[in-house]
Design a protein around this ligand. Sequence first.
Ligand code: NAP
Length: 242
Amino acid sequence: MDETQPAARLDSLQTRGVAVVFGASGGIGRALVEALLASHRFDHVVSFSRTTAVAIDLLDEASLERAAAFAANKGEIRLVIDATGFLHDENQGPEKSLQQIDAAKMARAFALNAIGPALTMKHMLPLLPRTGKAVFATLSARVASIGDNRLGGWYSYRASKAALNQLVRTAAVELKRRSPNAICIALHPGTVETGLSTPFQKGGLEVQSPETAALRMLEVIDGLGPDQSGAFLDHLGLTIPW
Ligand SMILES: NC(=O)c1ccc[n+]([C@@H]2O[C@H](COP(=O)([O-])OP(=O)(O)OC[C@H]3O[C@@H](n4cnc5c(N)ncnc54)[C@H](OP(=O)(O)O)[C@@H]3O)[C@@H](O)[C@H]2O)c1
């Protein structure tokens, strides 16, 4: 944590309880864990990644179920942030044209960006308290916006994140019935300097450090009210068109 960064406040989460971060090994996930620890707002900050002692793999539902049980055992869960996600690796990258679409690669993007997070919600949302504010936030991306898509390209990433947004919205409706003050949102972190984005950064876009993005998103989370459940927001708290 940069010593010059202010600590996240998160005053709106009234009880201390447990905060959980999925994807804690990622650029943004790691910064979120550090910011949550530095906030001293929680009794426990639980981190999950493919390399934590209780490991998660988005392609293995049983691992997500085990992680949920581990987190629940620590206390009342007030905040869950899913900072997992996939854009490229050595085997695949974002498509520039329809001709580059490959069924298996597209299916993998959906498995990692939509189905894995849906399974995470399946196991984590029922653990949120029935009363008081609690938040589940999953990291989506502005390029998932259908209304805002003017550039084209990136078929698998855009479509799998758009599917994630629909899953978040649908889960928010169900969550409200059980926990009226719990909030489930899709959050765009802004353009952030991480391994995911670095090969694709263009001039003209503000690029934030992971630490700044983490603090901005925690500020957005702090300001959320129950009527914002099911929203798609950016790191400044502004609504992104579906
Ligand atoms: N960076 C940006 O500019 C930007 C912009 C818009 C949206 N986002 C979104 O923000 C989120 C975080 O991105 P980031 O920039 O921090 O990327 P990152 O550094 O690549 O982190 C991605 C995270 O996802 C995890 N992950 C990937 N496959 C997994 C699997 N099969 N099982 C479990 N975990 C898996 C990674 O774990 P391993 O370490 O084990 O691979 C890592 O923790 C993503 O959803 C991304 O789409 C980022």
